[in-house]
Design a protein around this ligand. Sequence first.
Ligand SMILES: Cc1cc2nc3c(=O)[nH]c(=O)nc-3n(C[C@H](O)[C@H](O)[C@H](O)COP(=O)(O)OP(=O)(O)OC[C@H]3O[C@@H](n4cnc5c(N)ncnc54)[C@H](O)[C@@H]3O)c2cc1C
Length: 400
Amino acid sequence: MSGDLLERAGAGTAAGPRPLPPLTPAHEALRAEIRAWVASELAPHAAAWEEARSFPDAALRDCAARGYVGLKFPVEHGGAGDAVGAAVFAEELARSGSGGLGAGIGAHAGIALPPVWKFGTPDQHERYLRPGIRGERIAALGITEPDTGSDVAAIRTRAERVEGGFVVNGAKMFITNGVRADFVVTAVKTTAEGGHRGISFLLVDTRGPDGERAAGVEARPIEKLGWHASDTALISFDDLFVPEENLLGELHGGFKLIMVNFAWERLMMSLGALGAVELVLERTVAMLRARAVAGRRPGQRARHQVAEVATTLATGRALTYHALRLHLAGADCVREVTMAKLATQRAAYEAADRCLQLHFDAGEHADPLVECAVRDLRLGPIGGGTDEVMKEILGKTMGL
Ligand SMILES: Cc1cc2nc3c(=O)[nH]c(=O)nc-3n(C[C@H](O)[C@H](O)[C@H](O)COP(=O)(O)OP(=O)(O)OC[C@H]3O[C@@H](n4cnc5c(N)ncnc54)[C@H](O)[C@@H]3O)c2cc1C
């Protein structure tokens, strides 16, 4: 890797101490271990999984068996209690060359299981969190609906109170892991009005103990521009009974859960985008160096483009690690996390696009990994809250 070019934020300058907090030497060792695993076990299959529009569940289970799914969660639940390690994992996973694979594993470990940990009862930890950390049950988070994305308070999927639980009717759109999931952490309306005070979360079993699709649930894959290896689905619920004990967190208190969850999701998306840009930049620099060795030194324009991408990567990393440090310290960091997401997502997509252009300008065949990154990174300014929504949040933090 071109480590001489790419100083990691948190790793210090060439002359300074390394690594800088929150990273420790143990995290650098973990990074090397994950990088080797990604290179040997995931990257060789990335193209085939993209082509197949899915990766095997076994990849997620292997990830869990190695302890990577559980990095963030407490030891008593079978995790490692190492949120910084989970951040390192998010960056390194992006180097597989398949954004869809990272999305699938990330949706399970980074957005669907955390609310089960934070808001779940001991019984729910036993039935959902622990098997999730072990990779035995795969999770999805279901908030978005066919008619509602950014405005999460406007969801329509309804959970009617009945004896012993709820009956759910409605649909969830663009759900990552939607077909493969064993359970969906699902946002539902529990009052007729819904809105900020009328949303709750249910742990919805989408498969029975035999692995068969539960009656009252249907999941259909959705074709999309990027994240090809990710299983994205439209899930419908038709008079689905969900028992009382599967209410996650407080009745009508689901909006808080959504807000709490966003911080980690946005940090993970920022780290993933940085990991992807790093890979794309390395491959572009390697291509230009190989041409220079062959006597075709890149022109000034190409060198400047590379310099700008490297700077985008370094600034995004500095801001993201700053937000991560605040988050880990328990500080109010809505503003910094929002800025990190806003600063990294479109910038990562544009950086990858520049690198793709450099391959074309050089007259080289497009690097399939760079092409894939461009497709995959287009999701960044949309998922986990769009760029416009990030700007709205920042405006509010400034009293506007
Ligand atoms: C591949 C993929 C995977 C996904 N995975 C999941 C998942 O696992 N679980 C899940 O719940 N969701 C998931 N999503 C959904 C994702 O979170 C939403 O797409 C996103 O929140 C935006 O919602 P929307 O697509 O309905 O767009 P809309 O909310 O309809 O927005 C359309 C446009 O209007 C703009 N806009 C909206 N509101 C405002 C405003 N107030 N001010 C200014 N502009 C505004 C938006 O920025 C956007 O440009 C996924 C989406 C994709 C594409």
